[in-house]
Ligand binder design. Structure first.
Ligand SMILES: Cc1cc2nc3c(=O)[nH]c(=O)nc-3n(C[C@H](O)[C@H](O)[C@H](O)COP(=O)(O)OP(=O)(O)OC[C@H]3O[C@@H](n4cnc5c(N)ncnc54)[C@H](O)[C@@H]3O)c2cc1C
Length: 425
């Protein structure tokens, strides 16, 4: 596993590129504590359980990572302070997720509880029933956003005080084990005549919800495909109003994209450090490979790209900290960082030769793990469209309508999950 090569405490933290964005001391302290936890406890626990892929981890092991992280005071640091969390903002979020990406632990992301995702839009009793347990790690929620490729579109038909929801949701990351499915559906009929997308919280065990199959992806994660057959959902379990489903999903996605970008920078940083390490070692040709100019060019290119990707990620986080809109920047950062990670890991494999394509080599594993990242949470192509359409939109047009324009005809109409896919937690 790739963490095996970076053991040695603070060694895992060493950046192979200049640090363009040093973080405040408190975030640095959290980053060190998290990295130590991942390296000294989570990694060995995964080794002991022989977990190479997330899909192979038991629910008990996953629960242990969450509980142990909570005991160390890490689990809730990124959650809003007014909801009992540590209130650490976007800068801390990217620094900590970059550390997760660099750790190589397949369960590393479980150490950081999400901010509630779409459940943050809940109100009144919904907060007690859904948001609180998810923030505390007592319940898990998965995002059921993407409709199956072949359809049908998921619809909700209003019937008095309930909705009947039908459709097929695919690629629901962690769905088989989740307690709640945060489901986006199009309301097509309603006694008041209102239509539009809406967000519903559906407990996983609700009659009419069937796990059709579990899908294991290249990265070793597992996703549920759910058939929803006239699932009866109380109107009280709709979050927000009819018409707010897609806009709210779009609103939440920017921070998830930034998180994905940070994970990608972490993975790329590890791969580059590995490549540098290899290039310094003796080679059978008589000189370390790092003395060859072609090798130097590859290393230099990886470092340059990683430096740029990190700069984009941290600059976007700084904007988010200043409460500025980051839709465009997060799309840029996610596309840049995930595409960079793909190239940096690929070069690291090339430089390591045959050894790196042996199935359980850490770089071979990383190669598999990062591939879906260019698809989940918005494909690179769709992100480019989002950026371009936003730039092309007439001056002064409100960002929501620009977002809508970007979303039309894109996979955001058939929304997104994440590299870790835990979009909703
Ligand atoms: C690991 C992983 C985890 C996921 N987790 C979740 C989850 O938790 N919840 C959830 O709801 N979904 C999840 N998804 C689904 C994910 O959001 C979708 O896969 C993604 O939005 C792309 O949609 P699609 O797969 O249907 O591809 P499509 O939309 O069919 O696109 C196929 C290809 O066509 C390209 N394309 C499409 N339109 C255009 C265009 N206009 N111009 C140029 N190119 C275009 C795309 O970029 C892509 O390369 C996950 C996916 C993955 C891989």
């Amino acid at each position: 596993m790739h963490r095996a090569r970076v053991r040695g405490g603070e060694g895992a933290l060493k950046l192979p590129v200049p640090d363009s964005h040093p973080v405040p001391a408190e975030i640095e302290r959290l980053r060190s504590a998290l990295s130590r936890f991942l390296e000294e406890e989570v990694g060995p626990a995964e080794d002991a359980a022989r977990i190479a892929d997330e899909a192979d981890a038991s629910a008990a092991l996953e629960g242990w990572v969450r509980a142990r992280s909570a005991a160390l005071g890490l689990y809730r640091v990124l959650q809003p302070a007014d909801l009992g969390g540590g209130g650490v903002g976007a800068l801390g979020m990217v620094a900590l997720h970059e550390a997760v990406g660099r750790s190589g632990c397949v369960l590393g992301h479980l150490a950081l509880g999400g901010d509630g995702g779409l459940l943050r839009f809940s109100s009144g009793a919904q907060r007690e029933r859904f948001l609180g347990p998810v923030l505390r790690g007592e319940a898990t929620a998965a995002l059921a956003f993407t409709d199956a490729r072949e359809g049908p579109r998921t619809t909700a038909r209003g019937r008095g005080e309930t909705f009947l929801i039908s459709g097929v949701k695919a690629f629901v990351t962690g769905g088989a084990r989740a307690d709640l499915l945060l489901t986006v559906a199009k309301v097509t009929e309603h006694p008041r005549g209102v239509t539009g997308t809406a967000l519903f919280v559906i407990p996983r065990r609700t009659p009419g919800v069937t796990l059709r199959r579990e899908i294991r992806t290249l990265d070793g994660a597992v996703h549920g495909e759910f058939a929803l057959d006239q699932v009866e959902v109380p109107a009280a379990d709709m979050i927000g109003d009819i018409g707010q489903g897609l806009p709210r999903a779009l609103e939440s996605i920017a921070i998830l994209r930034l998180r994905a970008a940070a994970l990608a920078c972490g993975a790329a940083g590890w791969a580059l450090a590995h490549a540098l390490d290899g290039a310094r070692r003796p080679h059978r040709t008589g000189a370390p490979l790092g003395e060859r100019e072609q090798v130097q060019a590859m290393l230099g290119e990886s470092a340059t790209e990683l430096y740029a990707a990190r700069a984009a990620v941290y600059a976007t986080a700084a904007r988010a900290e200043a409460c500025e809109d980051i839709e465009t920047e997060a799309a840029m950062a996610k596309a840049t960082a995930t595409e960079t990670a793909a190239r940096v890991v690929d070069r690291a494999i090339q430089l390591s030769g045959a050894a790196a394509v042996v199935e359980d080599h850490p770089l071979a594993r990383l190669y598999r793990r990062i591939r879906p990242w260019r698809i989940a949470e918005g494909t690179t192509e769709i992100l480019r469209l989002t950026v371009a359409r936003r730039l092309l939109a007439p001056e002064g047009e409100p960002s929501t309508s620009r977002t809508g324009a970007a979303a039309a005809n894109t996979s955001l109409e058939r929304p997104t999950g994440g590299p870790t896919g835990h979009a909703s937690e």
